[in-house]
Ligand binder design. Structure first.
Ligand SMILES: [Zn+2]
Length: 232
């Protein structure tokens, strides 16, 4: 399989090209979000790409996972010495015996205080959601403000767990953010919010949508990649 890049407007689609005994071009988007192109033997590369360009909107629609949530994080045990992410940084968990339960960041440590160490999981999960409610809204505020120039505004902003998505924008204009985002770097969080704000103007993943997204965040692909690679 040959790895190639297809340029479609401001979008770059990575795909794998393989030659087979088929008579026409076949395009598959796998559940792992890889694009596989099967081409008849000896087909001209320019011709293949011309056909792919025509099918690009279809490919992009199928990749409209764009903000899908694929948690690859290994199961955490919530014990001392384990690493946990917060705003894109790794922190070492330290569990202290304490009458009063707490969770706080201290230097490179995520410190959990509890009498029963088995409480660490619940305490840390709650702490993440609390932080997400505060921080994600704070990061979103100037971005929402910036979109007022397009005469759009979300009807509301909700922080809610979703199993399959980082963010979503409903038909009514409500933006929902996954609290898990608090583990990602600020740039990745901004990318998700800007992506959803762009949906207030374009409700699909058309070229117009991506042009607007690129205008509002030139390096969005970098932050999208970080989001997908860091949270592993
Ligand atoms: Zn989208």
């Amino acid at each position: 399989m040959i790895k190639r890049k297809l340029h479609f407007g401001s979008i770059v689609i990575d795909y794998g090209l393989q030659y087979s005994n088929r008579k026409s071009l076949g395009i598959t988007v796998t559940p792992e979000m890889s694009v596989i192109v099967s081409s008849p033997q000896g087909a001209d590369l320019e011709l293949i790409e011309a056909k792919l360009i025509k099918r690009a909107p279809w490919i992009i629609r199928n990749l409209s996972y764009f903000l899908s949530f694929h948690p690859k994080t290994p199961q955490r045990k919530y014990v001392s010495g384990e690493t946990h992410l917060y705003l894109g940084r790794q922190y070492l968990m330290k569990i202290l015996e304490s009458e009063k339960e707490f969770v706080k960041l201290n230097g490179k440590y995520l410190v959990v205080g509890a009498l029963n160490p088995a409480r660490a999981k619940a305490l840390v999960e709650n702490w993440y959601v609390e932080q997400a409610r505060i921080k994600l809204k704070k990061i979103a505020t100037p971005l929402i403000e910036n979109f007022k120039k397009y005469q759009v505004q979300p009807t509301s902003l909700e922080i809610r767990s979703m199993t399959k998505r980082w963010g979503s924008c409903t038909a009514e204009g409500k933006i929902i953010l996954n609290p898990e985002l608090i583990k990602a770097p600020k740039g990745s969080i901004e990318y998700v919010i800007i992506h959803e704000l762009c949906h207030l103007i374009h409700h699909d993943h058309t070229r117009k949508f991506f042009d607007l997204q690129s205008k509002e965040m030139k390096d969005w692909e970098k932050w999208k990649n970080k989001l997908e690679t860091l949270l592993v």
